[in-house]
Design a protein around this ligand. Structure first.
Ligand code: UDP
Length: 319
């Protein structure tokens, strides 16, 4: 089997590349190295079944060329992370919508199956937690840049269904706060990376707001396992699937857990949202997936507990 992984030098993408290679696949990774890093795939330098192409998903000709001859395209390339999206919403929207359209169009022309990475962010501030795939999406006003990411990802999903109706074999996965080794050490993509870094440097852990907001942190190997199932199993065709741990935790609790597991002297400091992200900021108060659809259709079951996942992540950061 041959795969194209867009965003293949990124955090989740590079783990997906590893998992596909371990299963005997040939893999081409396309990455513009904006948040992806060569070091994430450096260990594959001598792997004949792997190739990294430095380029952009917005380059339609390149995407077309790389898609031709593949069995599956895993489309993970995107501008992600609240910090990046807020810093340049225009660039993020262009990449996240036009890039996806390029991938879907190329896959459609070459009759290649696609698995598109979406996000639990599409549920926005819905209060119907845990989130089911066919549940409501509640987004705030359009002048709050954060919601442009959810909107772009939702448009990606609409595009997937429009192409599905034309005959494309496509599946969508919604990730829930993936974390693990290779997350941006500066913490731009994940609060876990940020807290671990702060704890290891004995700095205060910056809890935003009152810390009572919740997330369901999903260890990257689980996110990857679900992605491969969604990209290959017939039951996932034409479906949207939540891929997330059902272990919901407050951010304050996460911070305390990181301090306990690192043995750090750090304390918590509570930072107002405005101080971190400016005035026009909003975020979901609670986020947790209902995992029953993914369990039923593709047998997806997250295996790594938060504590084990944090231990592994801390070990990687120490290294
Ligand atoms: N967060 C925090 N301190 C930080 C960064 C983030 O308390 O230094 C909180 C943030 O407000 C959110 C949660 O951690 O409630 C997860 O943030 P992240 O940026 O990792 O992902 P999100 O779920 O917001 O997309």
């Amino acid at each position: 089997m041959r795969a194209l992984v867009t965003g293949g030098a990124g955090f989740i993408g590079s783990h997906l590349v590893d998992a596909l290679l371990a299963r005997g696949w040939e893999v081409v990774a396309l990455d513009n190295l904006f948040t992806g890093r060569r070091s994430n795939v450096a260990h594959l330098a001598d792997e004949p079944r792997f190739r990294l192409v430095e380029g952009d998903v917005c380059d339609a000709r390149l995407v077309e060329e790389l898609t031709c001859g593949c069995d599956v395209v895993f489309h993970l390339a995107a501008v992600v992370g609240v910090t990046h999206v807020i810093a340049n919403p225009l660039a993020a929207m262009r990449t996240n919508v036009l890039g996806t359209e390029n991938v879907l169009a190329a896959a459609y022309r070459h009759r290649v199956r696609v698995c598109v990475a979406s996000s639990s962010e599409v549920y926005g501030q819905s209060e119907q937690v845990p989130f089911v795939e066919d549940g409501p999406r509640v987004l705030g006003p359009t002048w709050i840049p954060r919601w442009s990411y959810a909107t772009a990802k939702a448009l990606d999903e609409h595009l997937c269904f429009a192409y599905r109706d034309q005959g494309l074999e496509v599946s969508v996965v919604r990730y829930f706060n993936a974390y693990g080794p290779r997350t941006d050490p500066q913490g731009y993509g994940s609060v876990v990376a940020r807290f671990v870094n702060q704890a290891l440097s004995a700095e205060p852990l910056t809890v935003l707001g009152d810390g009572q907001q919740t997330r369901s942190f999903t260890y990257v190997s689980d996110s990857v396992e679900g992605t491969i199932l969604a990209g290959t199993m017939p039951a996932a065709l034409g479906e949207v699937l939540n891929l997330g741990s059902e272990e919901e935790i407050t951010i304050e609790h996460l911070a305390l857990e990181v301090i306990a597991l690192t043995g750090s002297r750090s304390r918590l400091t509570y930072v107002p949202y405005e101080a971190a992200y400016g005035a026009d900021f909003a975020e979901p108060r609670r986020r947790a997936p209902d995992g029953s659809k993914a369990r039923r259709l593709i047998g997806f079951e997250p295996r790594v507990s938060l504590r084990d996942g944090l231990r592994r992540t801390i070990e990687w950061f120490r290294g």
